[in-house]
Design a protein around this ligand. Structure first.
Ligand SMILES: O=C(O)[C@@H](O)C(=O)CO
Ligand SMILES: [Mg+2]
Length: 259
């Protein structure tokens, strides 16, 4: 059975951020993820995890000024000092929470520009070196251009090629099934082929990005497929609930933690 992580950036938003940990645990999740913890002290996040016996599956390195439109800066030439500072900051949270993988966002840049490719590779290698020393993986996520126009990392093929070329055991693929279906389709075969590179999976319905229980993809099949493939990582529920979060958790009933 997949190990599901509630995404606290999108789920349980009826509650304040820190209270979402309690809500996720009460709903039967044994793990959580979120995009950014940085408005809260590392100790406050750690306390909620411990109190609720939750594992933190993933969060993102600081992305720059999100409100102003930044979406990371790893592929932006001239931003290497920001990359270093972002790794420092994320490490504080990783140490406090015990998270084992962090998503490094690439930023808005031309995917074919050699200078962006060089900057990205350098940033990923730097993060991998620093985070690897404390047992943390760096995951790279291809994101579709409808949700994030102009985003540098927009191809599963490019991500896989870079990860294979780097050959670092702690650089892995964040396989967001929602983005995969929009970018390229062929989800099942891609999961099979890319499995050795996958460090994290995320899910949502396509095209609405709601609960994984309908529309284009058959998630009952895909979750069973992940089990058949022997995927041992987490599956992040990165979806916008159609209504109140709890009312949309019918799909999760068969998978939830019971205690
Ligand atoms: O899929 C996404 O959008 C996220 O996983 C993310 O980290 C950046 O928005
Ligand atoms: Mg995602």
């Amino acid at each position: 059975m997949p190990k599901f992580a509630a995404n606290l950036t999108l789920m349980f938003t009826e509650r304040d951020f820190l209270d979402r940990f309690d809500a996720a645990a009460d709903a039967g999740f044994a793990a959580v993820e979120f995009m950014f913890p940085y408005d809260h002290a590392p100790e406050a996040i750690a306390e909620r995890l411990t109190r609720n016996d939750l594992t933190l599956a993933l969060f993102n390195l600081p992305p720059g000024n999100w409100a102003a439109g930044e979406r990371g800066f790893a592929a932006l030439p001239g931003r290497f000092d920001d990359v270093k500072a972002s790794v420092d900051k994320a490490l504080d949270y990783a140490r406090a929470t015990g998270v084992k993988r962090l998503h490094m966002m690439a930023g808005l840049a031309d995917a074919n520009a050699p200078e962006a490719q060089v900057a990205y590779r350098r940033a990923v290698e730097y993060a991998a070196e620093r985070l690897g020393a404390v047992g943390v993986d760096v995951v790279l996520e291809p994101i579709n251009g409808r949700n994030m126009p102009g985003y540098f990392m927009n191809s599963f093929k490019a991500a896989a090629a870079l990860i294979e070329d780097l050959g670092r055991p702690n650089v892995k693929l964040l396989f967001d099934i929602y983005h995969r279906q929009i970018l390229h389709g062929d989800v099942t075969v891609a999961l099979r082929e890319l499995l050795p590179l996958i460090g994290h999976v995320q899910v949502a319905s396509v095209p609405s990005r709601n609960e994984p229980d309908g529309e284009e993809l058959n998630y009952v099949y895909l979750f069973a497929q992940l089990d058949r493939l022997g995927y041992a990582g987490f599956v992040g529920c990165e979806y916008n609930p159609r209504g109140p979060t709890l009312e949309g958790l019918g799909w999760f009933e068969r998978y939830k933690r019971r205690r």
